[in-house]
Design a protein. Structure first.
Length: 329
């Protein structure tokens, strides 16, 4: 998949193409439904399929004091978009100046001109242009004038098949990034995975910590504070760590400040279980950019009276993690 970071990266004379646009935070099952229509529509015609997205997220620009926690970082979003089969993605820098474009200016200056869009595939709630003034009707009017078709993809409703939807926003029935964030805020990574179509993940560099885990016999890979992706609620989770070489390790994950000890900042710590037989110090992840996947929440954070009780609980956490991941494999 071609990854363009600016309109100037698009080859001259590119097109014709089928284009979709949006934030696509999480690239969840609803987004995947749009991507499926995008790719199939392009293949039917023998045209290119292009995804247009934005960085930073518009809400971070318009509401800098209360931005949404993003489900995934930009690079992971691009990786997920590539998995949909799209031919190219254009990441546009979103600024207040950029947001002042009218719908027609944006459509002609980005989609029809440089990308040669002959068909737009969009969700039913698509809004664009200054003040979000443009909608599906606006796009259809512009399409009639400028020679492109508009295909609307319906929302993915009841994505959990009518089952548990405790974390859904009031009245929400469609698969949405907001719903997924609510699940993650509650620590319900199982429900988040069902909405995403895959395990939720965060990415970060492994940094040196206080080495308390090593002293207790449970060394951890501590992710830096600059972790990309939505860190779920405090607690202990079963999951996976994917190292810089692409190896996937079964992992018990701790999220939080560890209330058993004082003055510990909130962080993600991953203890790889069933490590290779070589010495622990030879299993060196420091400085690596790793991915941590969350499969199931085991428990919340608890302050234990003494290290012995903490270690006994960690023994149980690792045993449960092993059973959960064995069932998933």
């Amino acid at each position: 998949m071609f990854r363009w970071r600016d309109l100037s990266d698009v080859p001259p004379g590119f097109g014709p193409s089928v284009v979709t646009l949006g934030n696509f935070d999480g690239v969840h099952r609803g987004h995947q439904q749009v991507m499926s229509q995008l790719v199939s529509s392009a293949r039917e015609r023998g045209w290119a399929s292009v995804v247009v997205t934005f960085d930073p997220h518009p809400a971070q620009v318009h509401r800098p004091d209360s931005p949404p926690g993003l489900i995934m970082g930009t690079e992971d979003k691009l990786d997920a978009l590539e998995q949909t089969g799209a031919d190219a993605v254009l990441v546009l820098r979103y600024t207040l100046e950029f947001a002042e474009q009218t719908t027609e200016e944006f459509v002609l200056g980005t989609l029809v001109g440089p990308l040669g869009a002959r068909c737009l595939v969009v969700g039913s709630d698509t809004r664009l242009g200054r003040g979000n003034s443009g909608n599906i009707d606006t796009l259809r009017e512009l399409g009639e004038r400028h020679g492109f078709e508009v295909r609307v993809v319906d929302d993915l409703l009841d994505p959990l098949d009518g089952e548990d939807s405790r974390h859904a926003p009031p009245g929400e029935r469609r698969c949405s990034s907001t719903w997924i964030r609510s699940c993650l805020q509650a620590g319900d990574v199982r429900a988040a995975a069902r909405l995403l179509g895959r395990n939720h993940r965060v990415r970060g560099e492994v940094v040196h910590g206080a080495a308390r885990g090593r002293e207790l016999g449970y060394p951890t890979a501590n992710l830096s504070a600059a972790t990309a992706g939505f860190v779920p609620a405090d607690g202990v989770y079963a999951g996976w760590l994917v190292d810089a070489h692409g190896t996937r390790w079964p992992t018990a994950i701790s999220v939080g400040s560890n209330p058993t000890f004082e003055n510990v900042p909130r962080q993600v710590e991953a203890h790889v279980i069933d490590r290779p037989a070589e010495r622990v110090e030879d299993f060196d992840l420091y400085g690596q950019d790793v991915v941590v996947e969350f499969v199931e929440r085991l428990r919340g954070m608890v302050a234990y009276e003494g290290v012995d009780k903490l270690v006994a609980q960690m023994d149980e956490d690792v045993a449960r993690t092993r059973r959960i991941l064995a069932a998933e494999s």
